[in-house]
Every structure is written in structure tokens, then in C-alpha cells.
Design a protein around this ligand. Structure first.
Ligand code: HEC
Ligand code: HEC
Ligand code: HEC
Ligand code: HEC
Ligand code: HEC
Ligand code: HEC
Ligand code: HEC
Ligand code: HEC
Ligand code: HEC
Ligand code: HEC
Ligand code: HEC
Length: 417
């Protein structure tokens, strides 16, 4: 009885052991465990040489232990490090984050960064670890994370900052990106005020689907930029979508403006500040050349040109910015119903008759049909002016010999006296 019992116990034990080996600890029973990794890799002075460079093989557990992958353990990324008994093979297979993060991996693979790194082996293009680090991966909400909003411009800036090898060897459309961004209202909001709900590189470009602006799929392509800004500037976008500049309102073959046509992309300024106020006419000028030209011939335009006149009326002071409508639209700021209010922003005493001053009207031939009254008045007045000068000019010239004769006569008279 006892012998049979002992035998059965032994069989059961073996069975359990087999279960443990195959289904429980996996290969760990015969191979290296996480703790064992640290027998060697826990040594601060563990270094190696690779391509003439000294690489540290030390892994700081105090740091790794706090990261999102602490519980996964070393071999979840370095699976083949578990092969072998006392030593693991070298080199190990390179880590593939997409094994677990397949959704992100797929997006990244089709991005310009991914294509450059994976398809073209561009060593200067970022892979997961360039943005997330290797062993200090924290959630984007952690202040210490390389993907925390305050740190993102530096994470991207490592390569996109001015003067790096990357910017010298790659011909990208935008230059001085870091410098410009830092000086922009978004950059100042972030760096000066610590405003983390402001726009950082990845809110406009996305984190994993970075594409050229010319790609119709890109978040910064003309077709998509309004939605990109709409992540935060919801009220403005709603207003803009009802304006004459919106494709939902105006069907035209001409190019309609989008956010960065007026605001730029990396040098977005505070709209109350001089920098912005002084470029506004230029931005409108890109598409409304005729009105801009005639504006410059008016008092407001001249003042703007001559003494930088920050305070004088700019296009947007009379037309609005995101609510621009044609004159006949009742919401237009220059519609008869609203124009007094528009001028009285600055001319406190403005009334209906004051507003008959036409801000774009000039004497140029182009405006003959539009403002015939003004056109002919101008030429009538100019004619009168030129006529008057001509008449008195001739009169003066004819008068000179006579004046000289009179003077000569007078002086000889004095001598005889
Ligand atoms: C007995 C010491 C020892 C142990 C234990 C050990 N390693 Fe290593 N590890 C090394 C040596 C030696 C190298 C190679 C150094 C060189 O390239 O000269 C290395 C290199 C590596 C590398 C770099 C591989 C490459 O391709 O360059 C990784 C990753 C690594 N180990 C991970 C681990 C992990 C994970 C564990 C635990 C599962 C572990 N190691 C356990 C000694 C050890
Ligand atoms: C989230 C995945 C991940 C985990 C978990 C992880 N590593 Fe790594 N490790 C990497 C990546 C990525 C590299 C860079 C090499 C590569 O891309 O294959 C790397 C490289 C290394 C290197 C080579 C030296 C270096 O810094 O490039 C060593 C040694 C190493 N790991 C050891 C460990 C040890 C020990 C653990 C557990 C304490 C661990 N790793 C856990 C992702 C990971
Ligand atoms: C160019 C830099 C960059 C690269 C390359 C990159 N990431 Fe990210 N990643 C970020 C940033 C920035 C965030 C922060 C969240 C955000 O802004 O959307 C993030 C967030 C994440 C998140 C958490 C949020 C989410 O989307 O699920 C995961 C997981 C992630 N990345 C994994 C990866 C993996 C895996 C790779 C490689 C296939 C990778 N990342 C490549 C910059 C990068
Ligand atoms: C063995 C599977 C595995 C591998 C390989 C792996 N991860 Fe993870 N990762 C996870 C798990 C599990 C989590 C925690 C659960 C979660 O939050 O999604 C996580 C979380 C993250 C997060 C935080 C996500 C968040 O929303 O807070 C980032 C970022 C991340 N991983 C990036 C990487 C990068 C970069 C690599 C490659 C260097 C990598 N992971 C490799 C399994 C893995
Ligand atoms: C490790 C260096 C590196 C890092 C970090 C990096 N980039 Fe890039 N980036 C590149 C390279 C290289 C290219 C050119 C890719 C190509 O040739 O298509 C590029 C291209 C771009 C482009 C233009 C797209 C194109 O194909 O021309 C944008 C936009 C961009 N990166 C944004 C970012 C953002 C946003 C981040 C941070 C979340 C970032 N990059 C982080 C190296 C980097
Ligand atoms: C407010 C949104 C916004 C922010 C924030 C932003 N960008 Fe951009 N970025 C754009 C837009 C829009 C374009 C397209 C510009 C154009 O074509 O005129 C662009 C273009 C680029 C390009 C050139 C793309 C190409 O097609 O060659 C690079 C590189 C770039 N950005 C990198 C960055 C980096 C790095 C940061 C962070 C320091 C950043 N951007 C922050 C909106 C933004
Ligand atoms: C036709 C040119 C133009 C376009 C297109 C444009 N803006 Fe503006 N935006 C302006 C002007 C001009 C101002 C200054 C208004 C003022 O002085 O009251 C302004 C002001 C702003 C302000 C400051 C708040 C305010 O209303 O004064 C924000 C934010 C803004 N714009 C965002 C956007 C976004 C987002 C888009 C795209 C949906 C956009 N803009 C499209 C010209 C434009
Ligand atoms: C992630 C949110 C976010 C996104 C996306 C974003 N912005 Fe902003 N933006 C802000 C915040 C927050 C401020 C206020 C910053 C401050 O005052 O310090 C701001 C300020 C501005 C201002 C100046 C407002 C003023 O009162 O002078 C303009 C103009 C502007 N953004 C335009 C844009 C444009 C154009 C885009 C798209 C290309 C964009 N923003 C995308 C959050 C965002
Ligand atoms: C990218 C080109 C572009 C920019 C920049 C632009 N506009 Fe326009 N604008 C248009 C187009 C296209 C229309 C539609 C009417 C048309 O077909 O001519 C229009 C219509 C208008 C109208 C209504 C006129 C009418 O005949 O219906 C006004 C007023 C106007 N824009 C003022 C401005 C002002 C002020 C600015 C600068 C703050 C500006 N626009 C910037 C392209 C632009
Ligand atoms: C002092 C106010 C004022 C300023 C500044 C001003 N405009 Fe006007 N704009 C008007 C008025 C009033 C009209 C309608 C009467 C007219 O056509 O002269 C008008 C007409 C227009 C029209 C034709 C609108 C239509 O519905 O037919 C366009 C386009 C236009 N302006 C663009 C601009 C641009 C671009 C600038 C800046 C370079 C500018 N305006 C500066 C007041 C102004
Ligand atoms: C953003 C402010 C602003 C707006 C809006 C504005 N103006 Fe002016 N305007 C000025 C300034 C500043 C001067 C210069 C006044 C001075 O030198 O004392 C001026 C000068 C003038 C002058 C010549 C000098 C004078 O005071 O008689 C006329 C005429 C004039 N504006 C008409 C208009 C009309 C009409 C409108 C509305 C369609 C208008 N303005 C809207 C700021 C504005």
C-alpha cells in the first residue's frame, strides 16, 4: 500500500514539475531570470565597445522599476536574452515595440518617420526609442516623461533644432523650427507660463503619423489644418465656417485662406501685438492685391506704411477676421447697418455721413467704373489745380522782364538825383 502510495506521489510530483516547466515559468527554469540579468547589468561599470564607442550596459533598476514596463520584466522586450543557461547570445535581436503596441506600430510604419527609418534605413530618423527612451518609458501624463507636453519640443528638437546633422542633411520645408516655435504664442505659453494645454509639436503634427505638409493625409495639410486647430480653438472655427472664406459657404475655384495663411505655423503671434498687426495687410494682400493696393493709397494705409501706424485701421479692423462677409451680407462689418459701429471703434464721433469716406476709393483708372463720381471729381480737381498753376506760372514768367525794366528805370533815376 505505502509503496504504491509513494510511487503515485512521485508520479504526481513529476507531473506537476513537468506542468511547471512547460506552462508555468516557461524557459525561466533553465535560463536567466530578471534578477539574474542584474547580476551583470546591475553593475555601474559594466561597459562595452561597439564601433569604437563606449556603451554602458548598466541598467538602473531604481529608474526602470518606476516605468510602465517594470512589471513586464527584461525578457518581455529582450526575449532571446532568456536563451542560454549562464550566458545569453550576443548580439541579441533588436527590440520590436510593435510586438505589443501593434496599433501604434502600424501608424508609425506608414508615417514619414517610419518610412525613413524602416524602409530607407535612415539612421537620423526616429524609432520608438528615440522619442520614448529605452528604459525610462513613462506615460505621457508623467512630468518626467519625454512625451510630457513640456518636454515634447525638446524630444522633437533633438533632431529638428537648428544646426543638427539631421537639419543639415534633410531638406525640410520649415527652418529654425525650434527657435520660431519657442518665440510663438504657443511656445511662450508653454515655456513661460507652463501652459500644458497649448499646442506642442505633436498636437499639430501628431505623435506617430508625422507626414509632409504636402501629403493630403497630413494633419498640417491645408485640407486638414482647420480641424487640427479645432482641437482647441473651437469657437473660432465655428465662426470661421460661416464666413465667406469657408469652403462650406463659398464655392469658388480660387484659393480660400486657412488658419496658417493668416497666422503662420511656427511664428503664431499674439494678435494684439505689433508683430501681428503689421503683417495682416500683407497676408490679405496675397489674395486681395487690388484692395490692398487701394488701401495703401488711403489715409489709413499711408499711416500704416509711413510710421508703422500700429493703431491705424487694418483690413481686419473693418472687415473682421473669422467672420468676414461680403458687403451686402447683413452680418458684414461694412454693411450699412454696421459700418458706423465699425468706424466708431476708433472714431468716437463717427456717424453715417462720416462713413461715406470710401476706404478703398482712389482715382486710379481701375476704379473708374466702381467710383465714377470720385474718378471724375479727382480729374476735375486735378485739372483745376494744374490749370491754375499754369496760368499763374505763365503770368509770373511774363512779368519778370517787365519787373526788371521797372527796376532798371528806378535805379537810373536815383543816380541823376
Ligand atoms: C553573466 C552576465 C550576464 C547576464 C546574467 C546577462 N547579461 Fe546581458 N550581456 C552580458 C554581456 C557580456 C553582454 C555583451 C557585452 C558585449 O557586447 O561586449 C551583454 C549584452 C546584453 C545586451 C546587449 C545586446 C546586444 O545585442 O548588444 C542586452 C540587451 C542584454 N545583455 C540583456 C540582458 C538581459 C535582459 C539579461 C537577463 C535576462 C541579461 N542580459 C543577462 C552579460 C550578461
Ligand atoms: C520596453 C522594452 C524594454 C524593456 C522592458 C527592457 N529593455 Fe533593454 N533595451 C530596450 C531597447 C529598445 C534597447 C536598445 C536596443 C534595441 O533597440 O534593440 C535596449 C537595450 C538594452 C541594453 C544594451 C545597452 C543599451 O542601453 O543600449 C541592455 C544591457 C539592456 N537593454 C538590458 C535590459 C535589462 C537588464 C532589462 C530589465 C531590467 C531591460 N533591458 C528591459 C528595451 C527594453
Ligand atoms: C517622433 C516621436 C515618436 C516616435 C517615433 C514614437 N512615439 Fe510614441 N508617442 C510620442 C508622443 C509625443 C506621445 C504622447 C502622446 C501624444 O502626443 O499623442 C506618444 C505616445 C505613445 C503611447 C501612448 C499613447 C498612445 O497613443 O497609445 C504609446 C503606447 C506609444 N507612444 C508607443 C510608441 C511606439 C510603440 C512607437 C514605435 C512604433 C512610438 N511610440 C514611436 C512620440 C513618438
Ligand atoms: C511585451 C509587450 C510590450 C513591449 C514589447 C513593449 N510594451 Fe509598452 N507597454 C506594454 C504594456 C503592458 C503597457 C502598460 C499598459 C498600457 O498602459 O498600455 C505598456 C505601456 C507603454 C506606454 C505607456 C502608455 C500609456 O498610455 O501610458 C508607452 C509609451 C510604451 N509602452 C512604449 C513602448 C515602447 C517605446 C516600447 C519599445 C521600446 C514598448 N512599449 C514595448 C507592453 C509592451
Ligand atoms: C531622431 C531624430 C528625429 C526626431 C526625434 C524627430 N524627427 Fe521629425 N524628422 C526626422 C527626419 C530624419 C525627417 C525626414 C524624414 C524623411 O526623409 O521623410 C523628419 C521629418 C519630419 C517632418 C516633416 C515630414 C517630412 O517627411 O518631411 C515633420 C513635420 C517632423 N519630422 C516632425 C517631428 C515631430 C513633431 C517630432 C517629435 C514628436 C519629431 N519630428 C521628432 C528626424 C527626427
Ligand atoms: C500650431 C501648430 C504647429 C505646431 C505647434 C508645430 N507645427 Fe510644425 N508645422 C505646422 C504647419 C501648419 C506646417 C506646414 C507649414 C507650411 O507648409 O507652411 C508645419 C511644418 C513643419 C515642418 C516641415 C514639414 C514639411 O512638409 O517639410 C517641420 C519639420 C515641422 N513643422 C516641425 C515642427 C516641430 C519640431 C515642432 C515643435 C517644436 C512643430 N513643428 C510645431 C504646424 C505646427
Ligand atoms: C483671413 C485671415 C485669418 C484666417 C484665415 C484666420 N484668422 Fe485668426 N485672426 C485673424 C485676425 C486678423 C485676428 C485678430 C482679430 C482682432 O484683432 O480682433 C485673428 C485672431 C485670432 C485668434 C485670437 C482670438 C481672437 O479672436 O482675437 C485666434 C486664437 C485665432 N485667430 C485662431 C485662428 C484659427 C484657429 C483659424 C483657422 C480656423 C484662424 N484664426 C483663421 C485672421 C485670420
Ligand atoms: C492644444 C491646443 C491648441 C492647438 C491645437 C492650437 N492652439 Fe492656438 N492657442 C492655444 C492656447 C492655449 C493659446 C493661448 C496661449 C497663451 O495665451 O499663452 C493659443 C493661442 C493662439 C493664438 C493667439 C491668441 C491671442 O489671443 O492672441 C493664435 C492666433 C492661435 N493660438 C492660433 C492657432 C492656430 C492657427 C492653430 C492651428 C494651426 C492653433 N492655434 C492650434 C491652444 C492651441
Ligand atoms: C488665400 C487667399 C485669401 C486670403 C489670405 C484672404 N482672402 Fe478674402 N477672399 C478670398 C476668396 C477666394 C474670397 C471669395 C470671393 C472671391 O471669389 O473672390 C474672399 C472673399 C473676401 C471678402 C468678400 C468679398 C467678396 O467679393 O465677396 C472680403 C471682404 C475679404 N475676402 C477680405 C479679406 C481680408 C480682410 C483678408 C485678410 C485679413 C483676406 N480676405 C484674406 C481669398 C483670400
Ligand atoms: C477703414 C475701413 C477699411 C479698411 C482698413 C479696409 N477696408 Fe476693405 N472695405 C471697406 C469698405 C467700407 C468696403 C466697401 C466699400 C468699397 O468697396 O469701397 C470695403 C471693400 C472691400 C472688399 C470688397 C468687398 C465686397 O463685398 O465687395 C474687399 C475684398 C476688401 N475691402 C478687402 C480689404 C483688404 C484686403 C484690406 C486691407 C489691405 C481692407 N479691405 C481694408 C472698409 C475697409
Ligand atoms: C482701428 C482703428 C480705426 C478704425 C476701425 C477706423 N479708423 Fe479711420 N483712422 C484711424 C486712425 C488712428 C487715424 C489717424 C487719426 C489721426 O491722425 O488723428 C484715422 C484717420 C481717418 C481719416 C482721416 C483723418 C480724420 O480723422 O478725418 C478718415 C477720413 C478715416 N479715418 C475714416 C474712417 C472710416 C470711414 C472708418 C470706418 C469705415 C474708419 N476710419 C475706421 C483709425 C481707425
Amino acid at each position: 500500500m505505502t509503496r504504491i502510495g509513494g510511487f503515485l506521489t512521485r508520479v504526481a510530483c513529476c507531473f506537476i514539475l513537468i506542468l511547471v516547466v512547460f506552462f508555468g515559468g516557461g524557459g525561466d527554469v533553465f535560463a536567466l531570470t530578471d534578477e539574474e540579468c542584474l547580476d551583470c547589468h546591475g553593475d555601474k561599470d559594466f561597459i562595452t565597445e561597439k564601433d569604437g564607442e563606449t556603451i554602458s550596459l548598466f541598467i538602473d533598476m531604481a529608474m526602470f522599476g518606476k516605468t510602465v514596463h517594470a512589471e513586464n520584466g527584461c525578457t518581455s522586450c529582450h526575449a532571446d536574452a532568456a536563451d542560454g543557461v549562464d550566458e545569453h547570445p550576443v548580439p541579441l535581436a533588436s527590440v520590436n515595440c510593435a510586438d505589443c503596441h501593434d496599433r501604434v506600430g502600424e501608424v508609425y510604419q506608414n508615417s514619414d518617420h517610419g518610412k525613413a527609418a524602416l524602409d530607407r534605413d535612415d539612421e537620423l530618423a526616429p524609432t520608438c526609442k528615440d522619442c520614448h527612451t529605452k528604459h525610462n518609458i513613462l506615460p505621457p501624463t508623467d512630468k518626467e516623461s519625454s512625451t510630457y507636453p513640456l518636454n515634447i519640443p525638446f524630444t522633437c528638437g533633438r533632431c529638428h533644432r537648428e544646426g543638427t546633422e539631421m537639419t543639415k542633411t534633410h531638406d525640410l520645408n520649415q527652418h529654425n523650427v525650434m527657435k520660431n516655435y519657442s518665440m510663438s504664442i504657443h511656445g511662450k505659453g508653454l515655456f513661460v507660463d507652463g501652459l500644458i494645454v497649448t499646442a506642442v509639436c505633436s498636437t499639430c503634427h501628431t505623435a506617430h503619423n508625422v507626414l509632409k505638409a504636402s501629403n493630403p493625409e497630413s494633419s498640417v495639410n491645408r485640407n486638414n489644418i482647420i480641424e487640427t486647430c479645432n482641437q482647441c480653438h473651437v469657437g473660432i472655427v465655428d465662426m470661421f465656417k460661416n464666413s465667406v472664406h469657408s469652403e462650406t459657404v463659398t464655392r469658388t475655384g480660387k484659393r480660400l485662406p486657412v488658419c496658417h495663411d493668416c497666422h503662420t505655423s511656427h511664428t503664431i503671434a499674439d494678435v494684439k501685438k505689433k508683430d501681428f498687426r503689421l503683417i495682416i495687410a500683407e497676408q490679405c494682400n496675397n489674395c486681395h492685391a487690388h484692395e490692398s493696393e487701394t488701401y495703401l493709397e488711403t489715409y489709413h494705409g499711408r499711416a500704416s506704411m509711413l510710421w508703422g501706424g500700429e493703431k491705424t485701421a487694418k483690413c481686419s479692423d473693418c472687415h473682421g477676421s473669422h467672420n468676414i462677409q461680403p458687403e451686402e451680407h447683413q452680418a458684414s462689418m461694412i454693411n450699412d447697418a454696421n459700418i458706423v459701429e465699425t468706424c466708431s471703434q476708433c472714431h468716437a464721433a463717427a456717424n453715417q455721413s462720416f462713413t461715406t469716406y470710401l476706404p478703398h476709393a482712389t482715382h486710379s483708372k481701375k476704379d473708374k467704373d466702381r467710383y465714377p463720381y470720385l474718378y471724375y471729381t479727382f480729374w476735375a480737381m486735378t485739372g483745376l489745380l494744374v490749370g491754375t498753376f499754369a496760368f499763374f506760372g505763365l503770368h509770373t514768367i511774363l512779368w519778370i522782364p517787365r519787373g526788371l525794366i521797372e527796376k532798371f528805370k528806378g535805379s537810373t533815376g536815383n543816380k541823376t538825383e
